[in-house]
Structures are given as structure tokens and as C-alpha cells.
Ligand binder design. Structure first.
Ligand code: PGA
Length: 245
């Protein structure tokens, strides 16, 4: 059985102080949860304080991106070893907002993925189609290319460290959730693309307007193994409800 991973992506929200306060509240609301993994990905400046705030609890901290070089003259970039040193366990890679606004491609996703694994971070690789692609019936083609190219040349032993997040772009921050059936169709398609050795173990998260009101029906689907939650992860009670659904 795959242990569910409920992950919050805070995007560009919350100061250090606000982040710490929410995390403390969340950790206390979820302290009895043992049957699922809980992760929050705050902004870079808040990472170390966030990790300190949840030390000894079942809430883990991750970053929202990383650069593929370890150090050097790359102004404004942050490396995998730096994230590890700040207390991160996971890192999100290839979020659609990175693809849309910051020139992320499957090739740069792949470089970040390899750098994350080298540093000892657990990568969450995001894939998903735009509304236009869905309407043109290109969803499977787009997702297949993102999985194949973004995760290419991965050693078998590393596959078990990887999580994939399916996030239809049209459902992100729009309040429009994919129906459980629409999501499951793509999740099971993605599972079919995985190497045989890890087909049953790699977790595939759903992202896109997941909230307390729809988490149960999404999580009831066979191939939905957790969530990557934006808006609804910014309030501790809401995210705790999602975690405990
Ligand atoms: P949302 O964001 O839950 O606000 O739709 C999800 C995401 O972008 O990871």
C-alpha cells in the first residue's frame, strides 16, 4: 500500500513569522496522524525557521524549487545541499507556474530532478495540461511527454524516491477541481508509464483546488495517493482537515 502524502505548496505567501505560527498550529492539529505523510513547502526565507518550528513533529518541510548547480556565481539561485542544510526533506520541481512564468522546461525539470536526488532531497515532479491542451484532446500526450522527458535517465534505485504530482493547469487556483474520474483517468495513465519495478510504489498526488470539501472523493480513487494543495494549505485548520479527511 502507498502511504498518502498530503503536501502544502505555499507559493509566494507568508512571512517567516506567519509561516512559523501556521506550522505550529498545524503540527498540533495533526499530532495524532500516523497513517499519512504531511509536508509543507514555504518560501525560501522561511525554510530554516519552518524546519525548526516543526522539529520533533510529524510535519515535514520542503522547498518549492532548487537550482542544479551546488554553488557559485548563479545570483538568486538556491542549491540542493543548501535546502538540506535548512532542514528540507522534499522539493517541488516543475510546478506549472514555474513552467508558465519562469521558462521551466522538461529539460530543466530533469536537471533539477537529478540535482535533488544527488543532494538527498525527495523530489515531487509536477505535470499537467492546460485548458487548451485538454480541449484539443492532448492531455495524455502532454502528460506522457512531461513524465518521459522530465524523468528520463533515472536509475531504477532512484525511482522509489520520486513522487509525481498531476496538476491540471486549469484547476490550479481556479476553484475548478478535476472530477475524481477525470483525475483518476490521468493518474492511472501516468502509473502505466512507470517502470515495472516501481509501478505499484510511486506516489501520484493530485493538485488543483483540492480542499476539505472534495478531498475525500479524490482520495477514494485507486491511483490518487495524496494531494499538492495551494490555497487551502494556507490555513492550518483547512489543511489539517485535508490531512485527516
Ligand atoms: P491550488 O494550487 O490548490 O491553490 O489550486 C495547487 C498547486 O498549484 O499546487
Amino acid at each position: 500500500m502507498r502511504k498518502p502524502l498530503m503536501a502544502g505548496n505555499w507559493k509566494m505567501n507568508k512571512t517567516v513569522e506567519e509561516s512559523v505560527a501556521i506550522l505550529k498550529e498545524l503540527a498540533s492539529l495533526t499530532k495524532d496522524v500516523a497513517d499519512r505523510d504531511i509536508l509543507i513547502c514555504p518560501t525560501y526565507p522561511a525554510l530554516k525557521s519552518a524546519a525548526d518550528a516543526v522539529a520533533g513533529t510529524n510535519v515535514m518541510i520542503g522547498a518549492q524549487n532548487l537550482f542544479w548547480e551546488e554553488k557559485g556565481a548563479f545570483t538568486a539561485e538556491v542549491s540542493g545541499p543548501m535546502l538540506i542544510a535548512a532542514g528540507c526533506k522534499y522539493v517541488i520541481i516543475g510546478h506549472s507556474e514555474r513552467r508558465q512564468y519562469f521558462g521551466e522546461t522538461d529539460e530543466t525539470v530533469n536537471k533539477r530532478l537529478k540535482a535533488a536526488l544527488k543532494a538527498g532531497l525527495l523530489p515531487i515532479v509536477c505535470v499537467g495540461e492546460t485548458l487548451e491542451q485538454r480541449e484539443k484532446n492532448e492531455t495524455m500526450k502532454v502528460v506522457e511527454a512531461q513524465v518521459k522527458n522530465g524523468l528520463k535517465e533515472l536509475e531504477t534505485g532512484n525511482w522509489k524516491l520520486v513522487t509525481i504530482a498531476y496538476e491540471p493547469v486549469w484547476a490550479i487556483g481556479t476553484g475548478k477541481t478535476a472530477s475524481p474520474e477525470q483525475a483518476e483517468e490521468v493518474h492511472s495513465f501516468i502509473r502505466g508509464l512507470l517502470p515495472a519495478e516501481v509501478k505499484e510504489t510511486v506516489r501520484i498526488l493530485y493538485g488543483g483546488s483540492m480542499k476539505p470539501a472534495n478531498v475525500k472523493e479524490l482520495m477514494a480513487k485507486e491511483n490518487i495517493d495524496g494531494g499538492l494543495v495551494g490555497g487551502a494549505s494556507l490555513k492550518a485548520p483547512d489543511f489539517a482537515a485535508i490531512v485527516k479527511h
